[in-house]
Ligand binder design. Structure first.
Ligand SMILES: [Zn+2]
Length: 120
């Protein structure tokens, strides 16, 4: 059995930081090792699961590579998609959105699982 990395991020509940860092556009944002969420959150478990998937992706890509790939992908999707659709088409987001309702996902996830979402 593979060892499981249990780090879940440091949770910061702050409307100020969330609005500032996401330009007012997100209900959650992850910049390793921090997860920023607002004071009032809907679907808390699912949102935290989503952001923790990003924590795992950022660890696997040594953080910097995550952000480089994230913005390159967004940029290319923008040729054919509107901003919100381009954002949701990013492989890291695809993995997170497809699995954030499965609260057991991170316990069973194989490393670098976001790679399979590049084909979609
Ligand atoms: Zn996300």
């Amino acid at each position: 059995m593979l060892p499981r990395f249990l780090f879940k991020g440091f949770l910061i509940r702050s409307d100020f930081w969330l609005k500032l860092l996401s330009l007012g556009k997100a209900s959650g944002l992850t910049i390793f090792p921090f997860i920023f969420v607002g004071k009032q959150i809907k679907n808390k478990a699912q949102l935290l699961n989503h952001e923790r998937i990003h924590i795992r992706q950022q660890i696997e890509t040594l953080f910097i590579i995550f952000f480089v790939l994230y913005f390159i992908e967004y940029f290319f999707h923008r040729f054919t998609k509107k901003p919100f659709e381009a954002y949701k088409a990013i492989s890291f987001e695809q993995e997170a959105y497809c699995n954030d309702d499965n609260l057991n996902y991170l316990n069973n996830r194989k490393p670098y699982s976001f790679i399979k979402y590049y084909k979609k």
